[in-house]
Design a protein around this ligand. Structure first.
Ligand code: ADP
Ligand code: MG
Length: 256
């Protein structure tokens, strides 16, 4: 390999894309995020795990500014997250988010759900948005469902639409907050398979999940949170075989 190509690939994966620096957040007296320092690199898949109430959802929500922070900074691709206005809307469009509840627009078709953002926010022509939308629905295995309405689809299908809808905005990073927790067991795999594909294609992903199989196979790094703090970080191998903190070992004892 020439020096040039190795430099090019080092630039493609590895430089920090989302950086949280000494982030603090309170809800009243509750110190929900405590000195969070995280650097998520381009192409990296970071799985966030930890007990209920540890601040995982809040962490995700601060990354796309659904929640403000009280101290510290969050940057996306080198730019500070603005507090409000058009700049915030622009920046938020670069962060795709998939929630536990699918949050599809009930009165829009599957294809409309996927094309709405690109048309309204990205100002893409309808025909082009539809073409892209159909490609994305193809990618999540749902092109044949395009004219239907969300209620006509299973939970797993709806969540795959939600993923396609987020991807339609061509985000730099995708956040998943327990995307399979509301699904019946038989539908979990079809959603995880889409996420694994996305990871393989190089998408930068932050995934909050209790699916330890996914964490083991798809994560580059596991972040373990408890009580608003990042207690441990490591590769899946390190974390699952050699967790350092009693909290993490206790958590693993319950979940595995
Ligand atoms: P997790 O996703 O790890 O279960 P959350 O980030 O949802 O944790 O919540 C962390 C803590 O913050 C919990 O104690 C929760 O009750 C509290 N919390 C979450 N959202 C709010 C809010 N909007 N106002 C006040 N407290 C909140
Ligand atoms: Mg949560």
């Amino acid at each position: 390999m020439t020096a040039l190509s190795s430099e090019a690939s080092a630039a493609a994966v590895g430089e920090p894309l989302v950086v949280l620096d000494h982030v603090e957040k309170w809800y009243g007296d509750l110190h929900v995020l405590q000195d969070i320092n995280l650097s998520i690199k381009r192409g990296e898949v970071v799985v966030v795990i930890g007990p209920s109430g540890s601040g995982k959802s809040t962490l995700c929500r601060t990354i796309n500014r659904l929640e403000t922070i009280d101290k510290g900074s969050i940057t996306l691709d080198g730019k500070a997250l603005p507090q409000e206005g058009k700049q915030l809307a622009d920046l938020r469009a670069e962060v795709g988010m998939v929630f536990q509840s699918f949050n599809l627009f009930a009165h829009k078709t599957i294809l409309e759900n996927v094309t709405l953002g690109p048309i309204k926010v990205r100002k893409i022509a309808k025909a082009e948005a539809e073409k892209l939308g159909m490609q994305l629905l193809e990618r999540v295995g749902l092109a044949n469902q395009a004219p239907k309405y969300p209620a006509q689809l299973s939970g797993g299908q709806q969540q795959r639409v939600a993923i396609a809808r987020a991807l339609a905005m061509q985000p730099k990073v995708m956040l998943f907050d327990e995307p399979t927790s509301a699904l019946d067991p038989e539908m979990i795999k079809e959603v995880l398979d889409v996420m694994v594909d996305l990871a393989k294609q190089g998408m930068t992903m932050v995934v909050v999940t209790h699916e330890m199989g996914f964490a083991r196979t798809a994560a580059n790094r596991i972040v373990f949170m408890a009580d608003g703090q990042v207690l441990e970080e490591g590769t899946p191998e390190e974390f699952f075989t050699n967790a350092q903190s009693a909290r993490a070992r206790d958590f693993l004892g319950h979940i595995l």
